[in-house]
Design a protein around this ligand. Structure first.
Ligand code: ZN
Length: 115
């Protein structure tokens, strides 16, 4: 259930409400359960580290793929990595925040908000 919610960019508390209103713009609260996504100022700074790890999962397969196919020069690897990361930025941005929300919910569950 939680894995599906992460894949579908859903709320970490109820796994139902959408986290993003439109690309790169989050809802302030969950439309389904009402929790505030940003618990405190700077809350999403930790998602930068999650995104950093995700970058490795993008770059390493590209590097291995380049090595196994065309074996470019060092600049070729660098260009391949940059192109892959630029193309993956939207996915990494969205999934880093949602993965961070879910990790934080697992480590420090929120009480149900008053209705
Ligand atoms: Zn919710």
């Amino acid at each position: 259930m939680r894995f599906q919610a992460i894949l579908r960019l859903k709320c970490s508390h109820c796994c139902q409400g959408a986290v993003f209103r439109r690309p790169f713009v989050m809802h302030r609260t969950c439309g389904h359960c009402g929790i505030v996504f940003e618990r405190e100022r700077g809350y999403f700074m930790m998602s930068v580290f999650v995104g950093y790890v995700m970058c490795f999962f993008v770059v390493i397969p590209v590097m291995v793929g380049l090595y196994l196919t065309i074996r470019p020069s060092m600049n070729g690897y660098l260009i391949g990595a940059v192109v892959a990361l630029v193309l993956a930025i939207p996915l990494i941005f969205h999934y880093a925040r949602v993965v961070w929300l879910h990790l934080d919910e697992l480590m420090d569950p929120r009480p149900n908000p008053p209705t």
